[in-house]
Design a binder for this molecule. Structure first.
Ligand code: ZN
Length: 412
C-alpha cells in the first residue's frame, strides 16, 4: 500500500544524514553525495529490484515487469551547497514509494517494468555544468567542452568523476538507458511562488522554458566627471540602464516570459569618471520558441536605440542557449487528471528552472513533470520547505499518474 508518510520520514532521515546547520550538503561527486546514494541503496533491501550505475554515473533501480518496456521515475540526490531538504530527493523518494506500491500490488511482477533513476549531478553546483548525467542519457552532453572544467579548488571534472568510478570517455554509453524507456515522470518542488499565490498544492508542468543568455557590452568614452558637460557625454552605463528597464516592458508583452539583467559591471568603475564601458548580462526565458526569438530581437533593437541615444555603441555575444522543451500532451492530460483526483483543482504552468525531465524529453521519450507548492517560493536554500500535507498529496498524485501512464502505455 502507498504510504506517503514514509516518504516524509525518509526525507527527514536523509536530511539528518547529509545536512548541517546551513542546509543540505549533497554536492555531486563528494563523499556526502556518495553517502546519500549508499543510504538510498539501503532503502531498496528486500525489494526484488536490480541496481546498476550507467556510464555517466546515473543510478538505476529496476523492478522488472511482464513487459520489458519501462516507466521511468526520476530525481536527483545531489544538492547545491547549503541546499534545501526537498529539491531532487523528493522526486526520487516519492518514486521509490510508487515502486513499492507496484511491487506490493503485483506481488513483485507488475505488468510494466518500473525504473527509478537517480540522475548524477543535476545541479552542476561544483563544476558549473547542470544536467550532466541526464544529458549523457539523452545524447546531448558536451563532454569535450566540459572535461576541462575545474572546481574552486582546481580539481578537474574528469578527475572528480573518475574518483566516483565514472570515465568521461565512456559517457555516450549512458544512451543505452533509452532502450526500453516508454515514459518518464518527475515530481519536483516548484521552487517559485506561483502555486502558493494561487493557493494550490499541485500543478502540471507544461514544459521547461527555453533560455537565451547573452553578454552585452556598451562602449562609450571614459571622461572626467567634473569637466565633461552632460550633453556631450558618452555614458555607457546610461545606455545599459535604459535597457535594464526596457526588458521589463519586453517581458511584459508576453504572458509567462521573464527577462533578467543579473550582472552589471562598469569601467573604470570609479566615482570620478563617466562610465566608458559597461558589461551586462541578459537572461531571457519562455516556453514558446517564437516568443523567445522575438524577445531576443526586441532587446537587441532596444539596445541599439539606447546606445545611439547616448552616443555609444553596443555589441552582443551569446553565452548559452537552450530551446524550450514542451512536455507530452497526453501525459499533461493524465497529470492534470491525477492532480484533480487528489486535490480537486489543478493548474498548468511552465518551469523556468531546467530539470532532468527536459533532457529525457529531448531524447524523444514522452515526459511530464508535476510541481508541488514551495512555501515562500524559496529553494536552493536551507529554508526551502513544503507543508507535509502537500508532500503527502504529491506522493499520492504521482502514484495516480504512474497508474494512468502505465494504462495509457498498455493501450498503445
Ligand atoms: Zn532539482
Amino acid at each position: 500500500m502507498l504510504d506517503p508518510k514514509r516518504t516524509i520520514a525518509e526525507l527527514k532521515e536523509l536530511r539528518a544524514l547529509t545536512g548541517d546547520e546551513n542546509g543540505s550538503q549533497r554536492v555531486a561527486w563528494t563523499d556526502t553525495w556518495l553517502a546519500a546514494r549508499q543510504w538510498f541503496a539501503s532503502k531498496l533491501e528486500g525489494l526484488p529490484v536490480k541496481r546498476h550505475r550507467d556510464a555517466a554515473g546515473n543510478g538505476w533501480v529496476t523492478l522488472p515487469g511482464e513487459s520489458e518496456r519501462a516507466l521511468l521515475l526520476g530525481g536527483h540526490l545531489d544538492s547545491v551547497p547549503n541546499g534545501g531538504w526537498l529539491d531532487g530527493c523528493l522526486d526520487l523518494l516519492a518514486g521509490l514509494e510508487v515502486l513499492r506500491r507496484f511491487n506490493d500490488e503485483f506481488n513483485g511482477k507488475p505488468p510494466f517494468t518500473v525504473c527509478l533513476v537517480d540522475w548524477a549531478d543535476e545541479e552542476g553546483a561544483r563544476f558549473g555544468r547542470s544536467l550532466l548525467g541526464s544529458s549523457a542519457f539523452a545524447g546531448t552532453h558536451s563532454i569535450d567542452a566540459d572535461r576541462g572544467r575545474t572546481d574552486k579548488d582546481g580539481i578537474r571534472l574528469e578527475d572528480a568523476l573518475r574518483r566516483c568510478g565514472v570515465e568521461i570517455d565512456r559517457f555516450a554509453e549512458a544512451e543505452q538507458g533509452q532502450l526500453n524507456a516508454a515514459a518518464y515522470l518527475e515530481l519536483h518542488i516548484e521552487q517559485g511562488p506561483v502555486l502558493e499565490r494561487l493557493d494550490l498544492p499541485l500543478g502540471v508542468v507544461l514544459g521547461t522554458k527555453g533560455v537565451e543568455r547573452h553578454a552585452i557590452t556598451f562602449h562609450g568614452q571614459e571622461a572626467h566627471s567634473g569637466s565633461t558637460p552632460m550633453n556631450v557625454r558618452k555614458d555607457a552605463l546610461a545606455a545599459a540602464a535604459k535597457l535594464a528597464l526596457e526588458i521589463r516592458t519586453i517581458a511584459g508583452r508576453h504572458a509567462d516570459a521573464v527577462c533578467t539583467m543579473g550582472s552589471v559591471k562598469t569601467f573604470p568603475g570609479i566615482v570620478t569618471a563617466v562610465v566608458g564601458r559597461c558589461e551586462v548580462t541578459l537572461d531571457q526565458r519562455d516556453l514558446d520558441a517564437g516568443v523567445l526569438a522575438s524577445m531576443y530581437a526586441e532587446a537587441q533593437f532596444a539596445s541599439e536605440a539606447f546606445a545611439l541615444d547616448e552616443r555609444c555603441t553596443v555589441e552582443w555575444s551569446r553565452i548559452w542557449s537552450i530551446e524550450p522543451v514542451p512536455f507530452h500532451p497526453k501525459l499533461i492530460e493524465l497529470c492534470e487528471a491525477a492532480i484533480q483526483e487528489t486535490a480537486d483543482r489543478s493548474h498548468k504552468l511552465p518551469s523556468g528552472p531546467l530539470h532532468d525531465a527536459a533532457e529525457v524529453s529531448r531524447a524523444g521519450i514522452p515526459t511530464v513533470m508535476m510541481f508541488v507548492q514551495s512555501l515562500g517560493g524559496i529553494s536552493h536554500n536551507k529554508i526551502e520547505d513544503t507543508s507535509e500535507e502537500h508532500l503527502e498529496m504529491a506522493v499520492t498524485a504521482l502514484d495516480r499518474l504512474a497508474t494512468k501512464t502505465v494504462a495509457w502505455l498498455q493501450s498503445q
